[in-house]
Design a protein around this ligand. Structure first.
Ligand SMILES: *[C@@H]1O[C@H](CO)[C@@H](O)[C@H](O)[C@H]1NC(C)=O
Ligand SMILES: *[C@@H]1O[C@H](CO)[C@@H](O)[C@H](O)[C@H]1NC(C)=O
Ligand SMILES: *[C@@H]1O[C@H](CO)[C@@H](O)[C@H](O)[C@H]1NC(C)=O
Length: 471
């Protein structure tokens, strides 16, 4: 709408890819007699086939960097996808958090609500109490009518439908009550993910509790690099990982991939210069090497990068599976601007068809393929662990990191929900309500923005590869 395009005209479409939690991978060891060039040391093992799937890294790079990434970026700049409602004031349920609101680069600017398109504001109205449902439904219909008198019945229904399913019990995430007075819209383009200076013990604690308490790992098995001295180069850990079922291994790899993506953003949008007159953000190769160089990370770096590709494939698969849901004529990306809404829906479908055309999809049928009872139990365990991780995001001290952490976990949670609802999605009728499977606007925005971050990370790897090659 007017406000959105006005801001864009001012050149405020900040880089889409900024960074999140600074990673707390353990401190680097100094390089000793480095074998191979700097470029080979980060990338030599990140080539060819990926474990647990039939895809290779080069195919993903070419597909992502030249086809998908440019279109996805355009999509994420649209009004529908740039506004995300989030409650950054929820207290941490697990421990006393120390707030980092003092760090300037952590601040999040909420939008004055008159900047958010009317259609989005009214559409996210939710039916919170069952008892009030009926009365609210009428009120809501009236309110929506007031936004745009020319709304068709079908539009109204579509909007009402997304909002009603916010409480669905199959959610993989602890979702914010977006009707809490503390929940505010943020413009993601104005609050980019990038280096914030949030690091040290607090940030370490977040990742540590995710890996240690929420990744199915027994406490007796130490993570690689976690124990400092007397380390067995991660052998115990990788033996354990090899021995667990493919789903639990996947869970660990998704978390590690997310962690890698956040660190790539941080290295690619590093605060290079900070004077009162000018701030400059750009790639910091040293930072990148400390997190991904094979020697400096004792072999962990290339594994982290492979996990990033694994995460990419999982989210890509989810997008292609969700196509029937988005393709229905009744589905609308509703902001109130009819012409723009139709254009953005076309772009969205183009991206989903592209995702579907990717030749080497990860095959999630190998997941949960065991006997049905076992599979259901595992899926539930998976869901609970993931839900817990989304709660941990309320413990992230830096608000900007918290925003992107919440958005990315909700996005990945939505991807998992799609993958595990495949049968339901296939049964969605072309018209009329799609009972059984629903996505809220928040889930849709999170899904695509989260994938946008991963896609950006894959693209940034190309830049780092080039920089390292020329060093
Ligand atoms: C949290 O802080 C409160 C008050 O500052 C204190 O009483 C409590 O013991 C703390 N809890 C933990 C787990 O540190
Ligand atoms: C959830 O995470 C917290 C913090 O890491 C942990 O203490 C707790 O055991 C976890 N709960 C479950 C059910 O995994
Ligand atoms: C790049 O990151 C390293 C830490 O990894 C830091 O010491 C260095 O100052 C950074 N370089 C610039 C130009 O900011």
């Amino acid at each position: 709408m007017a406000a959105g395009s006005g801001l864009r005209a001012l050149g405020l479409t900040a880089p889409l890819i900024l960074i999140l939690l600074i990673l707390l991978w353990p401190p680097p060891v100094l390089p000793q007699g480095p074998p191979g060039t700097a470029e080979q040391r980060c990338f030599c093992q990140v080539t060819g086939y990926l474990d647990d799937c039939t895809c290779d890294v080069e195919t993903i790079d070419a597909f992502n960097n030249y086809k998908l990434f440019p279109r996805l970026n355009e999509l994420l700049e649209s009004d529908y996808f740039r506004y995300y409602k989030v409650n950054l004031k929820k207290p941490c349920p697990f421990w006393n958090d120390s707030s980092h609101c003092g760090i300037r680069d952590c601040a999040v600017k909420p939008c004055p609500s008159n900047e958010v398109p009317d259609g989005i504001r009214s559409g996210s109205y939710k039916y919170s109490e069952e008892a009030n449902n009926l009365a609210e439904e009428c009120e809501e219909a009236e309110r929506l009518g007031a936004v745009d008198g020319s709304l068709s019945e079908e539009t109204l229904e579509a909007v009402l439908r997304w909002t009603r399913h916010d409480d669905s019990s199959d959610s993989f995430c602890e979702v914010d009550d977006i009707h809490s007075p503390d929940a505010e819209y943020v413009d993601l383009l104005l609050n980019p993910e990038r280096y914030t200076g949030y690091k040290g013990p607090d940030a370490w604690k977040i990742w540590n509790s995710i890996y240690e308490e929420n990744c199915f790992k027994p406490q007796t098995v130490k993570r690689p690099l976690a124990s400092g001295r007397g380390d067995d180069e991660g052998r115990t850990f990788y033996n354990w990982l090899k021995g667990v079922c493919v789903e639990k291994r996947a869970f660990y790899r998704l978390v590690s991939g997310l962690h890698a993506s956040i660190n790539i953003h941080l290295s690619a949008r590093y605060l290079l210069q900070d004077t009162w007159s000018e701030k400059k953000w750009g790639p910091n190769v040293t930072e990148f090497q400390q997190r991904f160089d094979e020697v400096l990370t004792r072999g962990e770096g290339p594994r982290r990068l492979k996990n990033l590709y694994f995460l990419y494939l999982i989210e890509l698969r989810a997008l292609s599976k969700a196509l029937p849901f988005f393709e229905r004529p009744g589905f609308q990306l509703y902001t109130g601007n009819k012409i723009q809404d139709a254009e953005i829906k076309n772009l969205l479908l183009e991206i989903l068809h592209l995702a579907k055309s990717f030749p080497l999809h990860f095959d999630e049928n190998s997941f949960f393929a065991g006997n049905q009872k076992e599979a259901a139990k595992l899926k539930e365990e998976f869901r609970l662990h993931f839900k817990n991780i989304s709660k941990i995001m309320d413990c992230v001290g830096c608000f900007k990191c918290r925003l992107w952490g919440k958005l990315q976990t909700q996005g990945l949670g939505t991807a998992l929900k799609i993958l595990f609802s495949e049968n339901l999605i296939e049964k969605i009728p072309e018209s009329g309500p799609s009972y059984g499977f629903q996505l809220t606007r928040q889930e849709i925005v999170a899904l695509f923005n989260a994938f946008g971050r991963i896609s950006t990370s894959v693209k940034e790897l190309e830049n780092f590869r080039n920089i390292l090659q020329n060093m």
